[in-house]
Design a protein. Structure first.
Length: 362
């Protein structure tokens, strides 16, 4: 990646019970996810980028522009960093209504912004909330206001620190479609911290996996998901994300046919319009393997595949990476099944995909 299109950072932060040691390049486009368990160092990393923490050693370049370098005693103050920050809690001003909270972001502008107030309000569905007091908002509504305020600061990028963590599932389901729209329609890069793998797979393009204050893996989302051996991506978290195109809808069976390089997948409901590019999340536990294609099965999606790798997973399980067309997915099966089927790298099998989560693709 060109230096003009990335954030380059190097941080060493020491605390009595924790150490952060990271050296990263993040793309200045799309949504980059920072994923890991609680205590992995995700929030500490964001706070360093924002200037809320001053580590013993640190260096930060944004599009080739030096913001911080401890070796040169270079330090750009928080208010000079052109960064929007969305915390776990919305942190709205209670004495201001929704519109006034959003406009506060505009007043902090240091440069022009591509999306004005009306565009951001429409993007986040806030048109009917502008005159409300913050005390009258649901958790999801308040967080959307906080995101709007961050966007209107005209930032070079936005940091989101687990913005859905404090919400119940209903409120998460309320706000996620607006984050989908933000991903699709805004050109402001986002660094998105989460410990929820489904959020990461739904929203992010690039993924950083953190464990114990260090980077365990990083790269494009799908590559990290299927190749990284980080413990946090094992077990129930294991899975893959592929992209497909909606090609037809069968109203009589209420099934959409999606096409990708490995064949066709049929999913319940109407998933987009014909020709739409869609993001498909496939959990490893929803993929089983067989040597011979079943003649009769309730599973609709049975595709030829080739075994690429086999590694032990948690408990009695193994993770088998298989290639379908030009894309890889993971299957989580028991080690006994691997042994009894005598699975080996390079061998042909059939992948039975029991469930697929479908989301719009940018």
């Amino acid at each position: 990646m060109s230096a003009n299109n990335v954030i380059q950072l190097r941080y060493e932060l020491r605390r009595p019970d924790f150490a952060l040691d990271v050296d990263l390049e993040l793309p200045l486009r799309g949504i980059s996810g920072v994923f890991g368990a609680s205590g992995a160092g995700k929030t500490s990393l964001l706070r360093c980028i924002a200037g809320l923490e001053r580590p013993e050693r640190g260096r930060l370049l944004v599009a080739g522009e030096l913001w911080q370098d401890s070796s040169r005693d270079t330090w750009r103050e928080i208010h000079e960093r052109e960064v929007g920050y969305v915390f776990q809690e919305p942190r709205l001003f209670p004495h201001l209504n929704v519109l006034e909270n959003i406009e506060y972001g505009q007043r902090r502008r240091r440069r022009s912004v591509a999306n004005g107030l009306s565009q951001v309000v429409a993007l986040l569905g806030l048109e009917n909330l502008l005159q409300r007091r913050t005390s009258e908002l649901s958790g999801g509504e308040a967080q959307r206001v906080a995101i709007a305020r961050a966007l209107l600061c005209a930032p070079r990028f936005v940091l989101m620190d687990e913005p859905l963590a404090s919400l119940d599932q209903a409120r998460k389901d309320e706000i996620l479609p607006f984050l989908d729209r933000l991903h699709a329609e805004s050109d402001i890069p986002v660094i998105y911290v989460s410990h929820n793998i489904d959020e990461v797979c739904r929203l992010c393009d690039y993924l950083v996996v953190m464990e114990n204050g260090a980077v365990a893996a990083n790269g494009d989302l799908q590559s990290v998901l299927v190749n990284a051996e980080a413990q946090v991506l094992a077990g129930d978290q294991a899975g893959s994300v592929i992209h497909g195109t909606a090609v037809s809808y069968d109203a009589s069976d209420d099934l959409t046919c999606l096409q990708f390089s490995g064949g066709d997948l049929h999913v319940p409901g109407k998933a987009g319009a014909d020709g739409d590019e869609l993001r498909l999340r496939i959990r490893a536990s929803d993929v089983s393997l067989c040597r011979v294609r079943p003649e009769q099965s309730t599973i609709l999606n049975i595709l030829p595949a080739r075994v690429e790798s086999i590694r032990d997973d948690t408990g009695a399980a193994a993770l088998v990476r298989v290639l379908l067309g030009e894309v890889s997915i993971l299957s989580r099966v028991t080690r006994r099944s691997v042994r009894e089927l005598n699975l080996r790298e390079g061998e042909e099998v059939y992948a039975q995909i029991k469930s697929v989560a479908v989301r719009p693709s940018k």
